[in-house]
Design a protein around this ligand. Structure first.
Ligand SMILES: *[C@@H]1O[C@H](CO)[C@@H](O)[C@H](O)[C@H]1NC(C)=O
Ligand SMILES: *[C@@H]1O[C@H](CO)[C@@H](O)[C@H](O)[C@H]1NC(C)=O
Length: 262
């Protein structure tokens, strides 16, 4: 391996390890404190069902228990992620969520590769953008200039959103576009698979509409909602990984904003 390729290899290995380890965030709804031990037991029984279903199919909605103690769960992997990474991710999510939200019946956890959520309310099919994690590169784009960049970003987002709502695409859209000889823009959107076509389009439109507020002119950004996910970067991040691109813009200096609108 030449020194450059060696560096690239280590670099991507670093990204992969970093992304599979820690959750990107969680939401434990304080207004849903568990008072009934039956609910707690039902969550414990629900979690292995979520892990199994997601490992097999990449997505599951299911419930456990009866009456007031019934819990509804949803788990999903990002559609481009392979089954091994998916399975590892959802197991981590199931282990971690009860540590991070020990006493809340409405709990959600986000990882780069997967998402898991449960509640005593049946939330299936509902668009939820009330809790959002925005994770952005602190660097501003300079090449191309921000106006050109934002136009290209807008058209790429339109393109992959219309892909995501097509039947058969399982809520996933991803594509890249060459901006300059040295910079390529990569973007991915993913809806949860319980949403209708309209629901998916609505969630993505809200995420895209919030980009100017939370990610203006940034070299990279992620929007994590309970119903959809969006990410763009000036380096390859989705699978299959595109390895021959330049690393300009791949600064790893990111910040997080968390916004909760009940
Ligand atoms: C969870 O709730 C129970 C009962 O309300 C309380 O005794 C316990 O300390 C709580 N645990 C945490 C980690 O907040
Ligand atoms: C990016 O641009 C914003 C707005 O013009 C500015 O406030 C901020 O300091 C810039 N960030 C960097 C890292 O240059």
């Amino acid at each position: 391996m030449s020194p450059t390729y060696h560096f690239l290899f280590l670099f991507f290995l670093f990204i992969l390890i970093a992304e599979s380890a820690d959750p990107s965030g969680q939401f434990c709804d304080d207004s849903t404190k568990i008072t009934n031990t039956e609910i707690s037991k039902n969550i414990d029984s629900l979690l292995p069902k979520l892990v199994l279903g997601t490992s097999q199919y990449g997505f599951i909605t299911t419930s456990y228990g009866k009456g007031e103690a019934q819990v509804y769960g949803l788990a999903q992997c990002r559609g481009d992620v392979g089954s091994e990474d998916c399975s590892t991710c959802i197991q981590d999510a199931a282990n971690e969520i009860r540590k991070r939200c020990p006493n809340e019946s409405d709990s959600r956890i986000w990882y780069e590769y997967c998402f898991l959520r449960y509640s005593t309310q049946n939330f299936f099919g509902q668009v939820d953008t009330g809790f959002g994690i925005y994770y952005y590169n602190v660097q501003n784009v300079t090449d191309p200039d921000p106006d050109t960049f934002n136009k290209e970003l807008g058209s790429l987002m339109d393109k992959i959103s219309s892909e995501a709502i097509l039947p058969g695409n399982k809520g996933l859209g991803k594509a890249k576009t060459k901006l300059t000889p040295f910079n390529t823009l990569y973007a991915l959107v993913q809806c949860t698979r319980d949403l209708s076509k309209q629901g998916c389009a609505e969630c993505l439109a809200i995420a895209i509409g919030n980009l100017p507020t939370f990610c203006e002119d940034k070299k990279g950004c992620r929007v994590l909602y309970s119903s959809c996910y969006l990410r763009y970067e000036l380096y390859p991040f989705y699978f299959p990984l595109d390895s021959q691109e330049s690393l300009d813009g791949a600064s790893m200096n990111y910040r997080t904003s968390i916004v909760y609108k009940p």
